[in-house]
Design a protein. Structure first.
Length: 254
């Protein structure tokens, strides 16, 4: 995708990677619409960052997605980029079914059904634009599992394969499919991650991501250097060692 001159909707961008990316894209000359569930947070973002638009959306609720899509397209008919950012990550213990099932179901609803419903709500419009992008958000954990987050790992693997498949189906249209593949980043996505020295600093991650988007406008995957260890373990032939290293070094794996 081009790094400037777009109209970008980012549901799930009121904090963490989503908000940081929204601000970075806004600074690069894009019109940015931030989506989130909490009206008070959206109001604060709009007040602190003039020029950024906001819309309330709950990506776990199909009706909320439909309503938000109508609002966004009514106010921004030139929308040409959708970033399916919203996601949750929870620790689960699958040896105790009564403790993990609700969390697993919520993870799939947010991380898999949410992006599917968002893309369904916008893809017809995006196909009318001369240069459009759907940016999905998977994870390094789509390619090497963290032991304590089975549903998150699986949900991001699903997003990776969804991205691959959509790219094939949309190949003859004006819509590009770009997969953002973050490593562990210092955000509140998982308890303790904000201060985890093993996680990549948020500003560094977004800066490198934006630089890659600018340098590689035709890229199918956006891979910062930090995530390549996880992403390419299988192709390098050291997948087992990658999984072992990941689960021995991450404090959540204890």
């Amino acid at each position: 995708m081009n790094i400037s001159g777009n109209t970008v909707f980012i549901p799930g961008s009121t904090s963490g990677i989503g908000l940081a990316l929204a601000l970075a894209l806004h600074e690069r000359g894009n019109t940015v619409i931030v989506g989130g569930r909490r009206a008070d947070v959206l109001e604060r973002i709009a007040a602190e960052h003039p020029g950024i638009d906001t819309v309330r959306i709950d990506t776990t609720d199909p009706e909320s997605i439909t309503a938000a899509a109508r609002t966004v397209l009514a106010h921004h008919p030139d929308l040409n980029v959708l970033v399916t950012m919203a996601g949750i990550m929870k620790v689960e213990d699958w040896t105790a079914p009564e403790t993990f099932l609700a969390t697993a179901e919520a993870t799939v609803t947010t991380n898999v059904l949410g992006p599917i419903r968002l893309i369904a709500a916008f893809v017809e419009h995006l196909r009318t634009r001369p240069d459009a992008t759907i940016m999905t958000v998977s994870s390094g954990l789509a390619f090497a599992p963290l032991r304590v987050t089975p549903s998150y790992n699986a949900s991001k693997a699903a997003i990776h394969m969804l991205s691959e498949s959509l790219r094939l189906q949309l190949a003859d249209t004006s819509v590009k499919v770009v997969e953002l593949v973050p490593p562990s980043v210092r955000t509140a996505l998982l308890s303790g991650q904000e201060t985890n020295e093993l996680a990549m600093p948020l500003e560094a991650y977004v800066n490198e991501t934006v630089a890659l988007l600018e340098a590689e406008p035709e890229a199918k995957e956006i891979l910062v250097e930090r995530v390549k260890f996880l992403r390419h373990g299988e192709s390098r032939g050291d997948y087992d060692q990658v999984v072992q290293a990941l689960n021995s070094s991450d404090p959540h794996a204890e």
